[in-house]
Design a protein around this ligand. Structure first.
Ligand SMILES: O=C(CO)[C@@H](O)[C@H](O)[C@H](O)[C@H](O)COP(=O)(O)O
Ligand SMILES: [Zn+2]
Length: 186
């Protein structure tokens, strides 16, 4: 039955993450940990479902995940429709995140870009701009990682081709990050 097949595909992708992605997840966690303990901010961006994931994860930093702890500085660059429409309208859709990075990101901050293809140009330009400004750049991607592999300091590539399955793995990885951030900041 289709439902059983889809659950099986999900589990297979998560097993691939377990086998291949733990070292890069560890790097992401330790970079975020260091940045947050130094009073820096973690920024998130992505399109579609990855925009939703960006907001979801930023909310868990600022609010809480499981434990009671102080609020952690995080911003999703996907939420302000005035900025998003003005920048897209005046400069082009591809600049919608990089312009916000230019305005808000400082050296030592972290930018986490989420893209299942690893190739969304607005995310790639944001990563380039963040790097130029001295921020740490982390990619959550899929497939072969796309352009994110070259662009990011750390790229966590979920080795699958199906967007939905990759997104499901991304939110698991994001929750792992939140759970460990709970430990270090409580
Ligand atoms: O959520 C989904 C599919 O599950 C879609 O909204 C998906 O995020 C969009 O098609 C995105 O534009 C895909 O972009 P990306 O992951 O390749 O960067
Ligand atoms: Zn989706």
């Amino acid at each position: 039955m289709k439902i059983d097949t889809l659950i099986g595909e999900h589990l297979a992708v998560i097993e691939q993450v377990r086998q291949h992605c733990i070292p890069s997840i560890e790097k992401m966690v330790s970079l975020c940990k260091e940045a947050v303990l130094n009073g820096r901010t973690v920024f998130f961006c992505g399109n579609g479902g990855s925009a939703a994931d960006s907001q979801h994860l930023a909310a868990e930093f600022v609010g809480r995940f499981v434990k009671e702890r102080r609020g952690l500085a995080a911003v999703a660059l996907t939420t302000d429709t005035s900025i998003l429409t003005a920048v897209s309208n005046d400069y082009g859709y591809e600049q919608m995140f990089s312009r916000q990075v230019e305005a808000l990101v400082r050296a030592g901050d972290v930018l986490i870009g989420l893209s299942t293809s690893g190739n969304s140009q607005n995310v790639i330009l944001a990563i380039h701009k963040a790097k130029q400004l001295g921020a740490i750049t982390i990619g959550l991607s899929g497939g072969n990682g796309g352009k994110m592999v070259e662009a990011c300091d750390v790229c966590i590539t979920v080795p699958d081709k199906v967007t939905a399955r990759i997104q499901e793995a991304h939110i698991l990885i994001g929750h792992i990050l939140c759970e460990i951030m709970d430990e270090v900041t409580s």
